[in-house]
Design a protein around this ligand. Structure first.
Ligand code: SF4
Length: 188
């Protein structure tokens, strides 16, 4: 497995871009699709094996606390946790889609702050250094929701990397779970 150790800069750039204007958060959609495009093309976890910026970040943060790291609990590696994370991920995407449609139809105002784990509001207003005139409300809503989801999973991943092994998150990452199931399916 390659360790492209500077790829974590992409993750940091992504979150900084959100400070410039939240609509940049939608660039994460591209990053989310890329692992699956490579998966279907190569029939293996190409993304996970050397191109994932988040894995690079977790390797970097995990090294900071590597001397004090605890043994990873079995429920994280082999238990149901990966399925729980997949359910969270699916609910998040469904929630993002449904609420964006509601905002688009004018039934509710757009979200204009970040949320942790879908529902917990972050008591901090994201600065917007560049403000577009007449922003499209549903696009703003989608951007805040997407940024919140990326922030939540990154924070969980970093905390796990500091407590346990650097890439503990990878054992429960929904992209890895879905990729694994796809590979099993095509190899049948
Ligand atoms: S499992 Fe998830 S975080 Fe880990 S390398 Fe793959 S996509 Fe990245």
């Amino acid at each position: 497995m390659k360790d492209n150790k500077y790829l974590f800069i992409i993750v940091i750039t992504y979150f900084v871009l959100g400070f410039i204007n939240i609509n940049f958060a939608l660039s994460g959609l591209f990053c989310m699709m890329l692992p699956f495009i490579l998966l279907v093309r190569n029939r293996k976890k190409t993304w996970c094996q050397g191109y994932c910026p988040r894995a690079s970040l977790l390797n970097a943060t995990g090294k900071v606390a590597s001397k004090f790291s605890l043994k990873t609990p079995a429920f994280l590696i082999r238990g149901k946790m990966k399925w729980i994370m997949l359910v969270y991920f699916s609910i998040s995407l469904l929630f993002i889609t449904m609420t964006t449609i509601r905002v688009g139809l004018g039934f509710s105002p757009p979200l204009e702050h970040l949320r942790f784990l879908i529902v917990i509001p972050i008591p901090y207003e994201l600065p917007q250094w560049v403000v577009f005139e007449n922003p499209i409300p549903w696009l703003t809503h989608l951007s805040y929701r997407f940024y919140s989801m990326m922030m939540t999973t990154t924070v969980i991943g970093v905390i796990l990397s500091l407590i346990y092994k650097p890439r503990t998150w990878c054992a429960i990452c929904p992209i890895s779970t879905l990729s694994g199931e796809y590979i099993k399916y095509v190899n049948k």
